[in-house]
Structure formats: C-alpha cells, structure tokens
Design a protein around this ligand. Structure first.
Ligand SMILES: [Zn+2]
Length: 405
C-alpha cells in the first residue's frame, strides 16, 4: 500500500531529481569557490605589483626632487666609441695651448677629440700606458655623465680642461712637475663637475637634498663629482689607469680627490691664504707647496672665463645667470632663502662680474703670476680689462651701489 502510494506520488522521481539538483548546486558552489580563490590570488598579486610600482615611483620621485636627472644610468656602455675620427689641424693644435682658444665653435665629438689629443700631446698615454680605445670609451662616458644644464655642462668641462692644457704649456709645467702631477691636473679638470645638477651647494644644504645629507653638508657637490669620477674608473671598460701599479693609482686617486674638492668656492679663503703664504718662498720639492699649487691651478682654470676674449667669455656669463635664475626661481617656489647675486630681480651682468673680478679673480691670478710671471700679460691684464669693460656697462644707479660696496 505504502509502495503504491510512493509510486503514485512520484516520490522516487522527486528524490533522484532533488539529488541531481543538489549535485549540480554543489558543483556550482565548488566552481564559484575556486573562482573566488583565484580572484583573491589575482587581487593579492595585483596589490603586490601596485606596491612595488609605487615604491619605485616614490624612490624615483624622491631622487628627482632631490637632484633632477639622477634617475639615469651613470655609466652607459658602448663597446665601440661612436664619435667620428677627427684630425686636428696644426692651427687647432697651437690654439689649444692658448687662453684665446674659442671653446664655442666645437661640436661635442670635436671637443672629445681635442681632449683625447691633449692626453697624447702631454705624453700621458705613453707615460701611464693608457689603452687608446679605453681612453676614447672613458671620455665618452665622462661626456655622457655631464648633464644638459645651462652652465655646468660638458662644454664647461672642455673649457676648464683646455685652460689647464694651456697652463701646462704657458707655465712650462712639464719641466717643473712630475708626470703624475700633470695627469692629476688634467684628469681632475675633466672630471671636476661630473653629474652637476645645476643647483649649487647652498641649495643642496638648504633643501636638505639626499646629496647634502649623504656628505653631511660638507662640499656635497664636489664630493659627488669625486664619487662619480671613481665610479666610472671602477669599471674596467673605462679605467684608463688599469695598466699602472696599484700604489700609483692610489696616489693619482688621492690627488684627483684633493683637486676636485678644492673647487668648492666655500674653501676659497682657506686655500688662497695658505697659497699666498708659500708663494714667495715656493719650493717645488715641498709636497705641501705642490699640493697648494695644484689646488690653485684648478681653481684658476675653473673660473677662468674672464681671462678669455670678450666674445668667448660673455656667453658664459649668460649661461651662469641662466643657471642662477633657475635655482633662485626654485628657491622662491620652495620657500628657501635666495642669494641676491642669483636673484633675477636684483642682479645684472656687470654687477655680478665686477665684484667677482675684484674680490676673487684678480687677486688669485696675481698670486699665481708671482710664480709664473708669463701669466701677467696674458691673464692678469685681461682680467683688469674685463673689469674696466664691465664698469663701463654699469647703469648710473648701479655705480652708486658699487661704490658703497
Ligand atoms: Zn666647474
């Protein structure tokens, strides 16, 4: 009776239908659960990816804000130097030895060829057994590590190096100094502003940039130029000193560091007063005297633009003011102190140069000319003429200001 009733009501069919539907539902739930787990995994992966991207962006942003342009390769690699071979004419070779050389008329590859020539001409390639291809690679790498800023760019490096080459010839330094000292002078000139960001030490310190923090506010830029110099030389592809004894390399490294650090103008008084004390009784056998001479020579070359003919020196003043204004505009924007000589609302070309010539350049070149009288006419006299030229450019209201200065 009961079986009949079950059959009549279709309970068996209902049960099997129910169990089939339950199976289906369970499978669907399983599949949904798997999908949820998969989505969860994807979400986690995505989150991790986002975090790493954000972290990298934050790092790059910090680096960029501290020091624009830092996020880039420091030592680009090229197996074969790509600058074309350039043969210097006899006229160029002679001009390279003089302070009247026009540094503006040379394309980047030509500047490289000129510096390469100086290494050969001064006998440095032979003396230090420098591989000629490594020299080309190194120069190319140095060039690529100067930034495209208005003043402290590769042309400034070229200009300072050419003036050093000129000094070596004019003062007959090869007869007075060792080859090690000559290679220190030339290499320091080439590397002295490597990776300069276009903002000076005052900005680095006031803005608490990473560079200033790293070097405890002591010559942050110059310490950075040294670090980049030796970072490049640490790569065997660029190490022009790979064929010399390690002790000699250490001596060269120490010499280069001393000279690059001496280019910090904050140390001007310290270096000049020490040099002035020893110049009258200068002794080429005295290591301390030689160290001071090399420091003063690189300082002279670094700020030697006014020694050059007017059509060569004047564009440099525009470049310098452009870089100053770039900094002071940023300082105003960031609420940092602004120095008046950098302020576009205060400074003019003549008043920035007259003070610099009077207080810094003329006394420094006069001190060096005591040791090398041959510089008196070609350099000191040129500086006095430049001061007179700028004085003629002063506006009447500026003349009063200069007098009170
Ligand atoms: Zn410089």
């Amino acid at each position: 009776m009961a079986q009949q009733l079950v059959r009549l009501l279709g309970v068996d069919d209902f049960r099997s239908e129910l169990s089939r539907k339950l199976d289906l539902l369970e499978r669907q739930i399983d599949s949904e659960l798997q999908k949820t787990a998969e989505i969860e995994r994807c979400n986690n992966d995505l989150e991790r990816f986002r975090e790493s991207v954000n972290k990298r962006e934050r790092l790059e942003h910090v680096c960029e804000s501290i020091c624009p342009g830092t996020v880039r390769k420091l030592t680009p690699r090229r197996d074969v130097p790509t600058y074309p071979k350039y043969t210097l004419s006899q006229e160029t070779i002679e001009a390279l030895k003089t302070p009247t050389f026009d540094v503006w008329q040379w394309a980047p590859n030509e500047m490289l060829s000129c510096i390469e020539f100086m290494f050969h001409d001064l006998g440095l390639v032979q003396e230090f057994n420098i591989n000629a291809i490594t020299l080309k690679r190194w120069l190319l790498c140095v060039q690529e590590n100067y930034r495209d800023v208005p003043f402290h760019n590769f042309r400034h490096c070229f200009s300072v190096t050419q003036m050093m080459h000129g000094m070596v010839h004019l003062c007959n330094l090869k007869a007075k100094l060792s080859m090690t000292e000559v290679v220190i002078l030339i290499t320091s000139a080439i590397c002295h502003d490597l990776d300069h960001p276009g903002y000076n030490n005052t900005y680095q310190i006031n803005a608490h940039t990473e560079m200033a923090v790293r070097y405890d506010n002591v010559s942050p830029l110059e310490n950075h130029h040294c670090a980049v110099t030796f970072q490049i030389l640490a790569d065997p592809d660029f190490n022009i000193f790979s064929n010399i004894r390690p002790e000699l390399f250490m001596q060269i490294q120490e010499g280069i560091t001393e000279l690059i650090l001496a280019t910090d103008m904050a140390r001007h008084e310290e270096i000049m007063s020490a040099f002035t004390c020893c110049v009258d009784k200068f002794d080429y056998e005295n290591i301390e005297h030689l160290r001071l001479l090399k420091q003063v020579l690189i300082k002279c070359c670094d700020i030697s633009n006014e020694v050059r003919p007017t059509d060569v020196s004047e564009p440099w003043v525009d470049c310098l003011l452009q870089e100053y204004f770039m900094q002071s505009d940023r300082e105003k924007f960031e609420g940092l102190p602004v120095m008046s000589f950098m302020d576009r609302d205060v400074v003019t070309k003549p008043n920035v140069q007259i003070g610099f010539l009077q207080m810094v350049l003329i006394p420094m070149f006069e001190a060096v000319a005591k040791l090398f009288p041959e510089l008196g006419e070609v350099m000191v006299q040129r500086l006095r003429e430049a001061r007179a030229r700028y004085e003629n450019l002063l506006q009447p209201e500026e003349i009063d200001e200069e007098r009170s200065f």
